[in-house]
Design a binder for this molecule. Structure first.
Ligand code: NAI
Length: 336
């Protein structure tokens, strides 16, 4: 069996708790991983941990794969997000968010099976903001042909590899004719090279309405950064929220798999956190590493625990703590 070397960034708040549980489950599943555990944030006292830990960047570059827990970010002011900085430094340009029902988790819809691919490096997240005069700020939306083309390629190649049938490109090119217009133009060039995959376009506001009315009409969504950020959380809400969806940030050189929820300071350190999102992200990571069978076994064990509904965590209406839930998944794995 191949031994994989993976960088583990446990993160902050509930991060270390869910990381320990996830690691235990992966070990019980028999997958051979040598973890290189490392802090995501700089421990340089002169910058007070505001920046990315260079050692983490080097570790991910070396191992090419990372599993990451959440890290806190200040809102409106303060240091820039370490999460965003890591994605940018490592050029993890594709955010992949599979959204699927977990049996037994309450949701408004059943049989949802969506893949969202979000451009991760530019758009309004370029961080180019300035105050023009007091009371007026300008925030620049950057869209390039290069980034739009590579995210489109990623999405269509993913669709081809995973037997997906249809991609909707989401935009607002009726208003932002140049920027979203360039995004669409670039996507169309790539779409034409994949005639077996149905290609459609939808304006973002209409897409939001359509997806909450009938998510089953969609297969894959391809989105620029901002719409992708909003719609991927919206999509998670269709199946029970951020606690039950995995996420990956993928580049040409390396990939980082992470839970999309935050550090949950209200429950941190209490042993109450639900490790499902990080575990599902770890399963996505195993899929990426070529360990599809183990990924599937973990997913099935997880679903069994949810279907039985006896040892789930409080956020989904159960009573179990993090470790008890992890034990239940391990028991389910061994019953297989
Ligand atoms: P949050 O996701 O940390 O918490 C929102 C609510 O969901 C809380 O009630 C929390 O207890 C609950 N929750 C979240 N994850 C849970 C889990 N695994 N199990 C059980 N309950 C869970 O969002 P919030 O409060 O907006 O952010 C807190 C901090 O996390 C902020 O500093 C924020 O910047 C950061 N954050 C980091 C992210 C990342 O590293 N990718 C993503 C989102 C937020």
């Amino acid at each position: 069996m191949t031994k994989h070397k993976v960088t583990l960034i446990p993160g902050e708040g509930i991060g270390p708790e869910v990381a320990v549980a996830t690691r235990r489950i992966l070990e019980a599943a028999g997958v051979q991983i040598e973890w290189e555990e490392i802090a995501g944030r700089s421990d340089n006292s002169s910058d007070q941990g505001k920046s990315v830990n260079q050692a983490a960047v080097e570790s991910v570059r070396r191992n090419r794969v990372a599993l990451k827990g959440p890290m806190a970010t200040a809102i409106a002011g303060g240091a820039p997000s370490v999460n965003v900085a890591l994605r940018k430094t490592l050029d993890l340009y594709a955010n992949l968010r599979p959204v699927k029902n977990v049996p037994g988790v309450k949701s408004h819809f059943e049989n949802v099976d969506l893949i969202l691919v979000r451009e991760n490096t530019e758009d309004l997240y370029s961080g180019l903001e300035h105050e023009v005069v007091p009371g007026v700020v300008e925030s620049l939306k950057i869209i390039t042909e290069k980034a739009s083309t590579r995210i489109a390629k990623f999405a269509f190649e993913y669709a081809k590899r995973h037997g997906r049938k249809k991609i909707h490109a989401i935009h607002k090119a009726n208003i932002m004719k140049l920027s979203d217009g360039l995004f669409l133009k670039s996507v169309r060039v790539i779409a034409a090279k994949f005639p077996a995959i149905e290609y459609k376009e939808l304006i973002v506001d209409n897409a939001c309405m359509q997806i909450v009315m009938d998510p089953l009409q969609f297969d894959m969504l391809l989105l620029p950064n901002l719409y992708g950020d909003v719609m991927s959380d919206l999509a998670a809400g269709l199946v029970g929220g951020l606690g039950v969806v995995p996420s990956a940030n993928i580049g040409d050189e390396c990939a980082m798999f992470e839970a999309v929820h935050g550090t949950a300071p209200d429950i941190a350190g209490k042993g109450l956190a639900n490790p499902t999102a990080l575990l599902m992200s770890a399963a996505l990571m195993l899929d990426h590493l070529g360990e599809q069978k183990t990924a599937q076994r973990i997913q099935s064990a997880l679903e069994k625990v949810y279907r039985e509904g006896k040892r789930t965590t409080r956020d989904v209406g159960g009573k179990a703590g993090t470790e008890e839930f992890a034990d239940a998944v391990i028991t389910a794995l061994k019953q297989k």
